[in-house]
Design a binder for this molecule. Sequence first.
Ligand code: SRM
Ligand code: SF4
Length: 571
Amino acid sequence: MEKQAVLGEELGPLSDNERLKRESNFLRGTITNDLDNEITGGFDADNFQLIRFHGMYQQDDRDYRNERAKQKLEPLHNVMLRARMPGGVITSKQWLAIDEFATESTMYGSIRLTTRQTFQFHGVLKPNIKLMHQTLNAIGIDSIATAGDVNRNVLCTSNPVETELHQQAYEWATKISEHLLPKTRAYAEIWLDGEKHESTDEEPILGSNYLPRKFKTTVVVPPDNDVDLHANDLNFVAIAKDGKLVGFNVLVGGGLAMTHGDTSTYPRKADEFGYIPLDKTLEVAAAVVSTQRDWGNRSNRKNAKTKYTLDRVGVEVFKQEVEKRAAVSFEPVQSYELTHRGDKFGWLEGIDGKHHLTLFIENGRLLDYPGKPLKSGVANIAKIHKGDLRMTANQNLIVAGVDAKDKEQIEKIAFESGLLDPATSQQRKDSMACVAFPTCPLAMAEAERFLPQFVTDVEGILEKHGLSKDESIILRVTGCPNGCGRAMLAEIGLVGKAPDRYNLHLGGNKAGTRVPKIYKENISSAQILQEIDLLVARWSSERLPEEAFGDFVIRDGIVEEVLVSKRDFHA
Ligand code: SRM
Ligand code: SF4
């Protein structure tokens, strides 16, 4: 490749992650040695990072960390696994197998649906790791590239059978995922005992040093923005003619993470590059990835994502490079509108006469709770369900493709296990949190465990100010500024700073096209509730007809609108 002034590896000394990728022999490292080492439950420094490219993170339960340290024991190392499920589609048979593995072979026994349309197992001890991969492989699931500096699980607007267009979009999400996958055989060799292929690997798209940082892709079917495209590096927005997919608008450079106190980091919306016909999709995907591969910052990982590359080199320059590499000219963006993000709960009939039941799963955590056996409920549905299941980017689950005659039985199981609860408010359905404590090593404040009671308190505030039960505010909590719960696209976003301390952001919109601005810094949950009480009182009495909370706080000048993320976000 011709040398560019903007090459990412020329921006300063390479980060240590670049060394370990280079020395890893295409992601193999010495993982197999560590697997055989029974003295520790963990992986050594480089392998600790390398297992991420195979879809796993080393963790320990933070509730017990101090206790074990006092007893002079090493932390109880285990791994979290994240599966690769483009578009979140999983069959009933696959579900029953993952349910059994979670029950029998994980410390927590749960299945956790994520904000990126897949599931995680938490608490897998070293002796069970190979068993886990082999169990998944036997049912056609892998965890390749669901973490690490690669293209992650490709999202697709949920409920693809609603129209033919959704089905086509889902097929593209799968194709893009396959196209951008690492080609190394390391995964099969290490976890599936595959044959060794010494130094035959080539990575034509990702490169031998893989990407500078994680990379995220979506396929979106407007007007639904359930996948929150502005959180993603690369987005394909479906454009249809007569109900058939003809091409995509391409948007590049979204991302939500930031670091407290570091103004060189910020959430950023994706930029519109233009429209492409369908047959250029894979070329454009590869060209965006390879441009970011070559130009992304390989010195400072805090500024390494595509959003920062775009701001460093300029959107036009990046776009022209993509055009050159993909041999395509972006046409003007075709008209589209994003209006909402929530899932459509309850039953929905598809074009093919099949029925789809969307279940609300609080925080995406499937476990058997006293009087609410949620996880068994889904397993019992899977035992009789002939269609498939779909995980949504809002951490919910769709029982898809149900025949009319099976509806009653499925609904009965859902009611009896607490998966369908008529008392669930719209506010709860529109609230979401990341995992945070006890498993996330980066958590600064509670999120998943904090959300249920917090929502109850917010429900009380809405009721007190006379808002109807159908009204809600998109409320998201994220235990640190990495933003996994996508608080940086919420109407009210809480970003963890320390135990029971959060930054309070206001002003996102229903469509997910506006980043909320900081309103109060480092306050307790009790103070946040007081603030919400005051704000909801004003919203309820002063708003325009149908005006959403996020729109009201901006119109009323309570916070300023974030127009250009970097400049306005920190101003
Ligand atoms: Fe995330 C790191 C959980 C979606 C931005 N994320 C983590 C880790 C793996 C912590 C770590 O690095 O050790 C968390 C594991 C917690 C646990 O115990 O399970 C974690 N992220 C999650 C999940 C499970 C949250 C959830 O409640 O569902 C989501 C899994 C998605 C998936 O299936 O692939 C998840 N993470 C997100 C999102 C939202 C999205 O993609 O739509 C974001 C913000 C969007 C973005 O990328 O800008 C996000 N996670 C991060 C970051 C910050 C990246 C950055 O640009 O700096 C980190 C930390 C890092 O990469 O250094 C992170
Ligand atoms: Fe962990 Fe922070 Fe992500 Fe929450 S936002 S899961 S606390 S990394």
